[in-house]
Design a protein around this ligand. Sequence first.
Ligand code: FAD
Length: 280
Amino acid sequence: MKILKNYEMNSWSNMKIGGIAENYFIVENREDLIEINQKYEKLFILGNGTNTLIGDGKLKTNFVSLEKLNKIEKIEKNIIKVEAGVDFSGLISYNKRNNYKGLENLAGIPGSLGGLVYMNGGSYGSEIFDCLISVEILDEKNKISEIKKEDLRYSYRKTEIQEKEWIILSATFLFEEGFDEAKVKELNIKRHQNHPLDLPNLGSSFKNPEGKHAVKLILEAGLMGYTVGKAQLSTKHANFIVNLGGATFNDVITLIEHVKLEVKKKTGISLEEEIVIIND
Ligand SMILES: Cc1cc2nc3c(=O)[nH]c(=O)nc-3n(C[C@H](O)[C@H](O)[C@H](O)COP(=O)(O)OP(=O)(O)OC[C@H]3O[C@@H](n4cnc5c(N)ncnc54)[C@H](O)[C@@H]3O)c2cc1C
């Protein structure tokens, strides 16, 4: 296991904000993970950092990278086990090579497999849980178990894994045959047209309330382009907060609070953050 001391977390988060971590562990295998899970209380499992905002200054949290747990394994025909540290774009390439269908609508989400399963990430009407059949976790007793999808509670951007603070080791999928390359290309163009990919961001900042679109509510509240310090509601997609260069954690938090207040005042609807926020 590699232990990096005084690691600057702003290089990890896709928002390019974050203070100094005393310990940044890169585990080589499951035994390493079990060992540090036993030793340390305040652990945060790192994916690709595309949905996490981190506080500035000295951080008390210990961060754990699973980037070395990155195997994709065929269990049997069309049943594939994917370790948490796999980059999601790598899984899409694997599915293309093996002609597996099912995750095309999610292609372009920049997360890790672990991050996507934890968030039940999704897009264009699909979510990662659609093709999933089970998740392998390390639980609060430091025990590994495989949980079938039907035994897990999950909904839009929510999973029981979040409540229980389990660590995802791998997920197993059942895919149909017939990779839809045209769909992936079409959605890739759409993402480039609609998302501010030229600036650091964490994707959608707020969840869509039942039957509504967060972006429309933000526009209705007249907030497009609203800026605090160097954090801005993108003029390309108002639900994305972008770092214009040198934004602080407080800039982003102040912006989030302002959006929630104004949207509530103008529309009566309470927005909830989609992004994960660590501030210690
Ligand atoms: C340009 C852009 C576009 C995006 N588009 C979408 C989209 O269309 N749909 C969508 O849903 N999201 C989207 N996102 C947000 C983000 O990519 C997803 O939420 C993704 O699933 C997060 O994965 P990650 O590995 O980067 O997670 P991180 O930010 O690293 O972590 C997110 C949370 O997952 C937890 N976590 C990560 N791995 C594990 C693990 N193995 N075990 C337990 N917990 C774990 C972390 O502790 C943290 O709480 C977008 C982001 C960007 C920047």
